[in-house]
Design a protein around this ligand. Structure first.
Ligand SMILES: [Zn+2]
Length: 451
């Protein structure tokens, strides 16, 4: 991280120093692993900002709403090859200290995802997903610093109180099998974002590694409708191109590419063609730039660093407008490159082969959730972006999309619905006294695009 240039993070209260699962006795209640550090695992990124630029970046990071559209904010084993055994315990350890120093307001936390092999050797089993979701929230319930995000009001609270909020997501709907009601169950347990398919096809549609792209199935269309009605945000990052286009046509809410990039910049199946990028923007959705090692490369920067990622950012912003672009760095605490080696088959690393590139040990500038947004903000400041544009891509765009997706959960919307029903029943004596109250309180301090 670039600690000597921009101290990452707002003036968060330093917290009570809670460490994951410290309500239990490590070694007795669960098997203990030596974990990757939250700070200093790789050398600090040298951004080369002037003192004025540093000051402006610090100010923006401190008072903007900052949302990561995709990350895994947990500590992996120091020896990454121990990860299968670590995941068998069902306990990935949230990085409380690292998150508190990150400057983020909300993180879309995608948990174990494609490596969730708790009870078997293939990911996406229902029992494993439920274990992961429940275990992480049991841990969160034993501390006060980090919140769980389930509503717009929760995001407002995290922003106002300068806390970090975790918003739970899943990269594929595979665990629901053929049961739509499992979407409701996942929602009820706190899930707020879900992918359609991962690499392999499932009952909903094709994933990006399928040799034949069948698009969205009839069941998949019903699932999209249910996700819309629930207010469960849809992610198309690992879906096939046709599945993505079909979802964009069928959805009546904005959809996300939580962590992706442009195929025109780097030609692999994991990157998205222009028509998919445009279709997502046309739903009112947002495209988060990924920085997972060796994904968002570019011809100009074939050694993966923040510069390669920003080539995708610029391209997407030019193509669909800056109001539809954000960041979903897809980082974690530990050796991400080694994780790809260990889980190559499950994560379909081989299926996304593209142009040749220089392998890196880590992505300089976007290596872990603590440093990401300090360096992103610094880059935007030093490349001529205005304050309003920076606030939009740091979080404002995602907040606006979530308002449309989660609208039924807002107190204002609930009141309006009650008012409408009361009106229909002709109960005109109903008291409207509190209806004009502003929400969120204070009008969402400095946020743009809250239309
Ligand atoms: Zn992913």
């Amino acid at each position: 991280m670039m600690a000597d240039e921009i101290p990452a993070g707002r003036d968060l209260n330093s917290g009570d120093g809670y460490a994951a699962y410290s309500y239990l006795i490590a070694g007795e209640d669960f098997r203990q692993f030596e974990l990757a550090p939250e700070f200093g695992r790789v050398p600090a990124y040298a951004a080369g900002l002037s003192p004025e630029q540093q000051q402006r970046a610090r100010r923006l990071l401190t008072d903007a709403m900052v949302i990561s559209l995709h990350d895994h904010p947990v500590r992996f084993p120091l020896r990454m090859e121990e990860t299968p055994e670590y995941n068998r315990t069902g306990r990935q350890h949230a990085a409380y200290a690292g998150l508190a120093a990150s400057g983020m307001t909300v993180v879309f936390d995608n948990m174990m995802d494609g490596t969730a092999c708790v009870t078997g050797n293939a990911p996406w089993r229902w029992d494993d997903i439920i274990t992961d979701l429940g275990m992480r929230q049991a841990d969160l319930a034993h501390q006060r610093d980090i919140m769980t995000i389930r509503t717009i009001a929760d995001i407002d609270e995290a922003y106002r109180d300068r806390r970090v909020g975790l918003l739970f997501g899943l990269e594929a709907a595979t665990p629901i099998e053929n049961e739509l009601d499992r979407l409701d169950v996942l929602y009820g347990l706190g899930l707020r974002q879900i992918g359609i398919a991962y690499s392999d096809a499932n009952a909903l549609g094709s994933g990006l590694a399928e040799p034949y792209d069948g698009g969205l199935t009839a069941f998949g269309r019903r699932a999209v409708t249910r996700m819309n009605r629930l207010g469960l945000a849809i992610d198309l990052s690992h879906s096939s191109d046709r599945t993505a286009l079909d979802v964009c046509r069928h959805t009546d809410k904005p959809v996300f590419l939580t962590h992706a990039g442009a195929r025109a910049v780097w030609n692999t199946s994991r990157m998205k063609p222009d028509d998919v990028l445009r279709a997502v923007a046309e739903t009112g959705g947002v495209i988060g730039m990924s920085a997972a090692p060796h994904t968002t490369l570019s011809a100009a920067h074939p050694r993966h660093t923040i510069e390669s990622v920003m080539d995708h950012f610029r391209y997407c912003a030019d193509l669909v407008g800056i109001e539809h672009v954000a960041f979903g760095p897809d980082t974690l605490y530990g050796d991400h490159v080694m994780l790809h080696t260990i889980f190559a088959r499950l994560l379909s690393i081989g299926a996304t082969r593209g142009p040749s590139f220089d392998p890196v040990r880590y992505v300089d500038g976007l290596e872990n959730p603590t440093e990401n947004f300090a360096n992103i903000t610094g880059w935007l400041v030093s490349h001529g972006f205005g304050d309003q544009e920076i606030r939009a891509v740091l979080g404002g765009n995602i907040y606006r999309a979530l308002q449309a997706i989660w609208v039924s959960l807002r107190p204002q919307a609930r009141r309006a619905a009650v008012d409408e029903r009361q009106h229909e029943r002709g109960q005109r004596e109903y008291a409207h006294g509190h209806r004009d109250q502003e929400y969120p309180p204070g009008g969402g301090r400095g946020l743009i695009g809250s239309r």
